[in-house]
Design a protein around this ligand. Structure first.
Ligand SMILES: NC(=O)c1ccc[n+]([C@@H]2O[C@H](COP(=O)([O-])OP(=O)(O)OC[C@H]3O[C@@H](n4cnc5c(N)ncnc54)[C@H](O)[C@@H]3O)[C@@H](O)[C@H]2O)c1
Length: 416
């Protein structure tokens, strides 16, 4: 019989509710026991508390996470932190100060300096924390990365990420931190790149990292143009080019300013083949000699699989979590240098932006004209939208030596 892992969850609504659902399922299978949870708005989740059978399971409920930790820390093997980004660091610090590791939702933070403090704080915990980037644990992804490392496809020549994820106006009003750059002088930087599609950005860094399997590429230089179509403080549309320390050029084109079906494709261009991986669908290997291998991906419950993998690590069955805080460095540095390089967030010309009403969903979207073509021109030919109709000067080249300018750049972007 495997030892039961005793858990606390900070938060009940938003994505925290998905964690409660998954942990309740796993508790039924005797993998875990939920000891306690908290939310300043715990009372409005009375219905959920019934659905999750807190009373029958003996779950203690608090309004403040500090009171929860004080009362329960001696009984906890793990605390899950699926709360707003700008609260992650203080919650992670409070939990790890007690020696307890965390399952911390992605992004761990979007402030490179804060990440360094979190990495140092994590060393106090009995085990390393896991950062919940969803897709690193996928078995087909790990197998394909191993084939890349073994040299089957030849050297990597480049990599691209194309992703469109339509978000209605209501998305940017979902909470008080949506689309924000700063709150109370704390870095938030909520965006398609830093938050909603952070998984895919982290995935591309994973493809280009080596020589070990669990390695993410180090960033040497970044150029970026950041835009917004929505009336938000931050950016909803990113064009980013980055060189890795190993000399691989990556390009990222991501946007929430679109409507209709979303799309996502991670592409790795190698000497002998082009790999295309679409999360939730399939991956394709297109060999230079004309052969094509296509593999469908099985249904994958990201949250369940990430928890099961992390529990294996906590029980000592595997040597590391799928993504540690230190593994998140390239992602956080890339996001920060994209802001430094862009220097400002430019408004997409109004003539290119149309409102789209989805009557079935009863939701309103903003859609940028020819966004797919603009993305393809950037990813495949390096054509920056600023010089091709979007009317802005290019971003400067930013390197890790420019990181100390990051906070001033963000404050200026936020008009502080
Ligand atoms: N892995 C994924 O697929 C996925 C999906 C969605 C969100 N997320 C991540 O989950 C995190 C939370 O995002 P969200 O959109 O659910 O945020 P949210 O604003 O809905 O907050 C989540 C919960 O935290 C609670 N909370 C806020 N302040 C708190 C405090 N001081 N103490 C305790 N609880 C507090 C809120 O009441 C809410 O119940 C983010 O890091 C986000 O990126 C991950």
């Amino acid at each position: 019989m495997k030892p039961t892992i005793r858990i606390g969850i900070i938060g009940m609504g938003g994505f925290a509710s998905a964690h409660h659902h998954t942990i309740a399922l796993l508790e039924d299978k005797h993998h875990v026991r939920l000891v306690c949870t908290c939310d300043p708005r715990a009372d409005i989740f009375a219905g959920e508390q019934q659905t999750w059978r807190f009373a029958a399971r003996g779950v203690r409920v608090f309004h403040d996470y500090r009171a929860m930790l004080e009362a329960c820390h001696g009984e906890l093997d793990l605390v899950i932190i699926p709360t707003p980004i700008q609260l992650h660091a203080e919650m992670h610090a409070a939990v790890t100060a007690l020696g307890v590791p965390t399952y911390l939702e992605k992004p761990p933070t979007l402030d490179y300096a804060e990440l360094e403090r979190m990495i140092a704080a994590d060393a106090r915990a009995r085990k390393a924390s896991h950062v919940g980037f969803n897709f690193i644990v996928e078995k087909p992804r790990l197998a394909l990365k191993q084939r890349l490392l073994d040299g089957e496809f030849g050297a990597i020549r480049g990599a691209t990420l194309a992703s469109l994820w339509p978000r209605p106006a209501s998305y940017f009003a979902r909470n008080d931190w949506a689309g924000r750059l700063l709150m109370d002088d704390r870095v938030v930087l909520d965006s398609c790149f830093g938050n909603a599609m952070a998984h895919f950005v982290h995935n591309l860094l994973f493809w280009t990292g080596g020589p070990e399997l669990f390695t993410w590429a180090h960033i040497a230089a970044v150029r970026a143009e950041l835009y917004r179509a929505h009336a938000i403080e931050g950016a909803d549309t990113f064009f980013v080019e980055a060189d890795t320390a190993a000399g691989i050029t990556m390009r990222f084109a991501l946007s929430h300013a679109c409507s209709g079906a979303g799309s996502q494709c991670e592409t790795v261009l190698c000497e002998k083949a082009v790999l295309r991986y679409t999360v939730g669908s399939s991956f394709e290997i297109r060999w230079a000699d004309g052969r094509v291998e296509k593999t469908a991906l099985d249904p994958f419950d990201a949250l369940l699989e990430n928890h099961l993998e992390y529990f294996r690590y906590l029980r000592g069955e595997i040597s590391r979590p799928a993504t540690t805080l230190a593994d998140s460095r390239p992602f956080v540095v890339l996001n920060d240098l994209a802001h430094v390089s862009s220097g400002r967030i430019s408004t997409i010309p109004a003539s290119l932006v149309s409102p789209v009403r989805d009557e079935r969903e009863q939701k309103d979207y903003l859609s940028v004209a020819n966004i797919t073509t603009v993305q393809e021109n950037f990813l495949n030919r390096g054509e920056w939208p600023g010089e091709h109709g979007w009317g802005r000067v290019p971003g400067e080249v930013a390197t890790p030596a420019d990181l100390p300018r990051f906070h001033d750049v963000v404050r200026a972007m936020a008009g502080r």
